[in-house]
Write a protein that binds this ligand. Structure first.
Ligand SMILES: [Zn+2]
Length: 247
């Protein structure tokens, strides 16, 4: 892009509008810059907290599940003990050897079953303790991250509040300014603005070089810039070149 041709557009007026728009954008960008990485940090922390809370809920669900398992198994042991007592009573009234063996077999089966259940309870309790420790550590991290988030949000909101009036003013002025600018010119402005990290579109000619990329401007172009017969762009970076001293 070397020039933006337009028949009906009043070029000097357009250039003045572009300069005004760039100034407003720069003021808005400067305020945005003051926020630094705070907006991203706040977003990241919120995401992290969501994940941590999901983890916390998983731990809680697992702990509930293990607790229920333990209660069920404890009931089984209690019932088993009652059955054992019943067998012991029965063995007091044994009539023959075969009955004795049968009762003994049932007793020993029940005892093994109870032992196995008790082992399951012990294992479940070990697992339960691990889950409780996991939950405690997640809760600790959540508390730390929540406090950090609160701190960062306060910092960010402070900057937003401090500059609220300016931002509103600049944004309103910008929307007025934008309305007056020719659409083709505005589209080029937006395209260049999005292409560069420093968001500079309209730059001054500093000592015969582009104020954006610092490449030197040919004498012919310097004359064109002064004449304001057309909008002149830097042939290296495409930024719009102006000479504010001429205003
Ligand atoms: Zn340039």
């Amino acid at each position: 892009m070397t020039t933006t041709k337009s028949i009906e557009v009043n070029i000097p007026k357009s250039i003045a509008q572009l300069i005004a728009l760039q100034k407003l954008d720069t003021k808005i960008d400067d305020i945005e810059m003051m926020k630094g990485t705070l907006p991203q940090m706040v977003e990241e922390l919120k995401k992290e907290l969501n994940n941590l809370k999901a983890k916390k809920h998983n731990f809680e669900a697992e702990i509930n599940g293990i607790n229920e398992f333990i209660v069920t198994k404890k009931t089984l042991v209690k019932d088993g003990d009652a059955i054992l007592k019943k067998y012991e009573k029965q063995s007091d009234n044994i009539k023959n050897n075969r009955e004795f063996e049968s009762i003994n077999k049932q007793k020993s089966d029940k005892e093994s079953e109870i032992k196995l259940t008790q082992r399951e309870i012990v294992d479940a309790e070990v697992a339960l303790q691990a889950k409780i420790r996991g939950l405690e550590s997640v809760n600790k991290i959540i508390a730390e991250k929540e406090s950090l988030l609160k701190h960062k949000e306060e910092e960010l909101n402070g900057i937003i509040k401090e500059n609220e009036k300016d931002i509103i003013g600049y944004t309103e002025a910008k929307s007025d300014c934008v309305k007056k600018i020719d659409k083709t010119i505005l589209d080029s402005y937006t395209k260049i603005r999005n292409a560069y990290q420093n968001k500079l579109v309209v730059v001054n000619t500093n000592r015969e070089s582009c104020g954006g990329c610092f490449c030197s401007i040919p004498p012919q172009k310097l004359i064109e810039i002064r004449k304001q017969k057309k909008i002149v762009s830097c042939e290296y970076c495409g930024r719009i070149l102006v000479n504010e001293d001429d205003e």
